[in-house]
Every structure is written in structure tokens, then in C-alpha cells.
Ligand binder design. Structure first.
Ligand code: PGA
Length: 234
């Protein structure tokens, strides 16, 4: 199972140091745990039980792009995974699926696994637009990629109305979307993200199509995270 930790824009430097000490104690039987810290802390990463991810990458390669971090720079810091197209970036920073397509290509070229986030708003859900929204997001984001390249991407299904709200979809809703994703991109691993926690994991586990989880709020609470991992694995 894949458990990706999205710290978002949280923790000050000293807090990150203490947090990493807590994460060092995390144990898992069969999960691949990936930490995606805030960018300044990527080079402070020193865990052996966890792999390193980034929350973003530039659509440009190395060069004159002030404030950006390129895939080749991430690769030089031993980053193995990168979250792409999180809804917060799409909404707050107007990131488009075409931008995301360029980012995916840059990452794959440097052997960094993209974790592509897709998901619908509450309004789209209510208007039965979930399938068309997600199909479109995937179609543009994976444009011009070979089948082999497509199969290397991890897709995180994150309903926007579920992120940070305490609300989760039903298993039927999750499975409908994950089977669509697996049909569009044969061979991909699919994560669920959005208010997943140590309590609702017992329910989420009922899905046979969830290959792992993308955790925001819970990623910042190592003790609860350990409970989540134990329950998810058993
Ligand atoms: P959440 O965030 O677990 O706090 O809902 C998930 C995410 O945005 O990746």
C-alpha cells in the first residue's frame, strides 16, 4: 500500500525537526510511506523508513525561472515522487491541466513518479459531472505520453468537497471513480485523498480499488497516523 503524506504549507523549521523525529518511529508491515514536506525542508529529509516526495515541480527545466524548482533539482535531492495538480494549486494558482502535462513529462524524464491529483467540486458532483471532469483532467494531463509512461503515474482521487472538511464519499462513489481511472490508465495505482483519518479508515478499507491514501491533516499527527497505518494494513 502507498501512504503519501502531504504536509502542505505547514510547520516551521524547528517544528519540522521534531516532526521528523516522530516520523522516524513510524512502523509499517507492507506500506510504502512517502513524505512530501514543504519545499524548504526537502533538503533536511533524513528518514530511512520513509521515501521523499515534493508537493510541486516547475513546468520549466533548470534556468531563468525565479522562484521555481525544477525536476532535475528535485532529482538531485533524491526526490522520488511529486504531487502534481493538487486542487489547491489549480484553484489558488490557476494551474491548468496543460501545465500539469508539462510537469509530468519533466518528472518522468528524471525518473520521479508523479502523483496526479484529480477530483470534482461539490457542484460538479451534484450535477453528475464527476466522470466527465475526471476524464478530461486525465486526458489533458497525460496528453502525448506513451502507454508505458502513463502506467508509471500514480493517480490520487481527491474530491474537492472532501479535502479538509471531514466529509468522505461512499465506497460506491469512490469505486466508480477509481474504476474509471483504472480503465483510462491501465496499470496505474490509485490513491484516495480527502479527510481520510484513523477513524474512517475502517470504512475506506472496504474498497478493493484503493491502492493507498494521500493524507493532508493526518500527516501532521504522527501518533494518529500510526493508528491509521495499523488499521489500513490489518
Ligand atoms: P486532507 O487533505 O487529508 O486534510 O483532507 C488531503 C489533501 O489535500 O491531499
Amino acid at each position: 500500500m502507498i501512504i503519501a503524506l502531504n504536509n502542505k504549507c505547514n510547520l516551521l523549521k524547528d517544528e519540522f525537526i521534531s516532526y521528523q523525529l516522530e516520523l522516524a518511529k513510524l512502523t509499517s508491515q507492507k506500506s510504502n510511506i512517502i513524505l512530501c514536506p514543504s519545499t524548504p525542508y526537502i533538503s533536511m529529509f533524513n528518514l530511512e523508513n520513509i521515501e521523499l516526495g515534493s508537493q510541486n515541480v516547475s513546468k520549466n527545466d533548470i534556468g531563468a525561472h525565479t522562484g521555481e524548482v525544477s525536476a532535475s533539482q528535485l532529482a538531485s535531492l533524491n526526490v522520488k515522487y511529486c504531487i502534481i495538480g493538487h486542487s489547491e494549486r489549480r484553484q489558488e494558482l490557476y494551474e491548468t491541466s496543460d501545465d500539469i502535462n508539462l510537469k509530468i513529462k519533466n518528472l518522468l524524464e528524471k525518473n520521479i513518479t508523479p502523483i496526479l491529483c484529480v477530483g470534482e467540486t461539490k457542484q460538479e458532483k451534484d450535477n453528475a459531472k464527476t466522470t466527465s471532469k475526471i476524464s478530461k483532467q486525465i486526458e489533458i494531463a497525460t496528453k502525448d505520453l506513451t502507454q508505458d509512461e502513463k502506467s508509471k503515474i500514480i493517480i490520487a482521487y481527491e474530491p474537492i468537497w472532501s479535502i479538509g472538511t471531514g466529509l468522505i464519499p461512499t465506497i460506491e462513489e469512490i469505486d466508480t471513480t477509481l474504476s474509471l481511472i483504472k480503465e483510462l490508465l491501465p496499470g496505474v495505482k490509485t490513491l484516495y485523498g480527502g479527510s481520510a483519518n484513523e477513524e474512517n479508515i475502517e470504512y475506506l478499507k472496504k474498497s478493493e480499488l484503493i491502492d493507498g491514501y494521500l493524507l493532508g491533516g493526518l500527516s501532521l499527527k504522527p501518533a494518529k497516523l500510526q493508528i491509521f497505518i495499523n488499521k489500513a494494513e490489518n
